[in-house]
Unconditional design. Sequence first.
Length: 593
Amino acid sequence: MKATLPPTADVCPQQEPYDPREALGNLHIQRPSVKTSVQLLSEAVQIDTTVGDNWPDPDEEPERWNEIFSPFASWIASSFPHIHSKESPVKREMIHHHGLLYTWEGSDASLKPLVLMSHQDVVPVEQNTVDQWMYPPFSGHIDLETQTVWGRGSVDCKLWLVSSLSAIESLLQSGFQPRRTVILSYGFDEESDGHQGASHIARFLQDRYGPNSIEMIVDEGLPILSKADTGSYGIPIALPSVDEKGALNVKLVATGRGGHSSNPLPHTTIGIISSIIATLEAHPFPDRLADESCPSIQLLQCTRDGPLMPRPVRDALLHLEWAEALSQPSLAASMWQRMPRWQKLWEWTYSTSSRQKRVEQARRRLIQQLDARTRNLLRTTQAVDLINGGIKINALPERTEALINHRIAPYSNVSEVLSRYHSLIVPLAEAMHFSLTIDDEDLVPASNTTLGHVTISKVGLATDTHPASPFDGPRADPFRLLSQVIRQTWHVDQPAVALHSMDEEQVPPSSDQWTESVRVSPATMYANTDTRWYHNLTDHIFRFGAMSLHPFLTGMSPYEHVHTVNEHVSIDSIVKATEFYTNLVIAVNHESL
């Protein structure tokens, strides 16, 4: 006998869509035409703002940065004339030369500001892949047949930079006057950890407003999944991320004896590094389902009734939901009322400790049923991405190095990742007879070794995880309002916005007539954003990629083409992103939170 599936509303509560009528009064918002929105993104993509790793500070080498970002800043100024006019109430400030900070002062100083974020830079295009692009990567090609804009940055991250600017431009043009201050923050090296851009902007904002002075931050993040996208299980769903994984890059360097390859030691430096890598990959970080993982689990619960949800996963979710609910007195009563008589008798046999064990067993069962991709979203990952060693086939390599990228689960931290290197590599070093230093600590002395020496160290920015922004309970008003605005903006029964001709200036259709709002679930961002620098400013940080809930007509998922060949975005995404930011500013301006 199987228990009855609890209603989806119990495990995936939804907010009512935001009603803007009171907030707007008699004000009519003049939204940009579909053609204008498309042209703006196309032009933005055509300006190459590629930034590489480890570039020098703009103070040290200003020409390199000026060449890239001065043209882009000039384009922004000319493309959004209401924001940049002399009479505009919006103030633009350049932070650390190229960080763009726009402040639209509100009339009520008691209301904490809203910060909308994006970034100007894009990742490089691999030159040997240029001929694999459907259209040149910096063409910004507008394809009306597939309703698409092509090019590097069309999604990450010029889509949200252009659409947030377009929202403010439209509000200014419409005569909107904010009570709450609105801030636009655009860094210029997010793809290289944000040292030069976001870190300086965050410090500037903290100096100006103080710690914990911002009401809400919305940056790039996880998108709306269409019913065709992996992870949706056939249900369109919006995924505002309430936390993000930490990050750590680890460098392995093995040094040893060189010489002629006819007289090698048992292991060359390449062999040593290979053994370390093989050991790490043979011992991946364990699957774990802790309380801190609940945003990702709620996503599964929100999609459990999807037509593509595997039956074993659905059954495992059912068991976990019952186990967790019956272990909480506040939920047990309502669950008890719906419980069949046979199950009530069964429950009498469980003690409190037994019920907790059942929760743990249900969590383990769920993890076992998840596919590898989903498990990766829940746990700390490791990826060996770079390796280099040796110069000639008959010369022993004196130095070999490798770089490993970790994305750290919300329940873990940098220290715990390094501890795993201690537990796995120290015994290996002792067995293979090489000396070992981890994070400047000498763990296996050179006196007992014959092969050489290995140094394991952190490289670049090491980011610990942070507590999730509240998405449930008394402190979750910002998240609830964000969810309301998302459900106001996107409707499953609304067809995709299309541009049929570059000669037409059609106004985007209103969303008011549609009734089936998109489902919303909190989630965990698996990559890192510029928000890593902003945690001192607010507890309410959300990472959301405002896009389309419809599958792209290209037949390709846009999320699988970010940072690689054929990055592209649908015209519907461009229009809906602008609508979202407009709606959000209006709602946050009106509500006290």
